[in-house]
Design a protein around this ligand. Structure first.
Ligand code: 2AM
Ligand code: CA
Ligand code: CA
Ligand code: CA
Length: 256
């Protein structure tokens, strides 16, 4: 494990937390991206720029993929690749001043090395380091998840609340209940806390799933596409995050 890198990332995340909490005391500059619910603020850009500056300074040979424009032309996962979502849940950041996160995944030749998910307003940092375990604020974390979908809360994103895909209806009907936070970071955190045992989301980008993928792998939990196949770190996908048994049930229902 790369302790120098881990300590740097912890310092950067603390700084990002201060930047974001301070920004919420003032005016946000809000722009639309693809539509009214797809927003970007000056803080999404400022946090991404800050993290990229730090990574470039300490690790000049590493590659970086960030939501707000960095590395979108990458075609290879060779070497060290950082995948960054500066604010996950920007709509929550703007509307709720709560329920958003910062996510960082670190990969080497496509293999997960570390994942960080920071719940900014709670000041809770969840991270997993390859071979070292998963931690919440430096305390070891091993979630107890449900064995059966019927006993599980299912987190889903809003695209599944409309439409009539019968397989998704079967998944929803098979679960104990459905929840949605509007932030991939918080949906993943709720599984790490043992609250939900599955998160099903379509149209996730690499920066939405990379950190969670690294943390889940370290816990022996599953993260795949809808067919149960491994994700491509450079491609958007439908994603199923779950405990192994619940994942198997979900993949069966989603492909029946
Ligand atoms: P974001 O806030 O970083 O954009 C709910 O909107 C969740 O889906 C958030 O995690 C959000 O991440 C993600 N998401 C992915 N693509 C999105 C899009 N086109 N519009 C809004 N949210 C999107
Ligand atoms: Ca966004
Ligand atoms: Ca996101
Ligand atoms: Ca984002």
């Amino acid at each position: 494990m790369n302790y120098q890198r881990h300590h740097l990332v912890q310092t950067w995340i603390a700084q990002v937390g201060n930047m974001l909490r301070t920004a919420l005391q003032g005016e946000l500059e809000i722009e639309e991206k693809s539509g009214r619910a797809d927003l970007v603020t000056q803080m999404d850009k400022a946090v991404e720029a800050y993290l990229i500056d730090q990574i470039h300074h300490y690790f000049p040979n590493d590659q970086i993929l960030g939501e707000e424009g960095h590395g979108h032309n990458l075609t290879s996962t060779q070497g060290v690749l950082w995948i960054i979502d500066p604010i996950d849940g920007t709509l929550n950041f703007v509307k709720q001043a709560n329920n958003f996160g910062t996510m960082i995944g670190i990969f080497e030749d496509g293999q997960a090395q570390a994942g960080y998910i920071y719940d900014v307003m709670k000041d809770d940092l969840y991270y997993g380091i390859n071979g070292e375990g998963v931690f919440l604020n430096d305390q070891p974390l091993v979630p107890t998840l449900d064995t059966f979908l019927a006993d599980s809360l299912l987190n889903i994103n809003q695209y599944h609340l409309v439409g009539s895909d019968p397989q998704i209806q079967a998944l929803v009907n098979g679960a104990l209940g459905v929840r949605g936070y509007g932030s991939a970071a918080l949906e993943i955190i709720s599984i790490l806390r043992g609250e939900a045992s599955i998160y099903y989301a379509s149209r996730l980008q690499p920066w939405d799933f990379a950190a969670g993928l690294a943390i889940f792998k370290e816990l022996g939990l599953k993260v795949t596409d809808r067919q149960g196949q491994a994700l491509d770190l450079l491609e958007a996908s439908t994603v199923v995050f779950a405990s192994p048994q619940v994942h198997q049930e979900a993949i069966q229902l989603l492909n029946a």
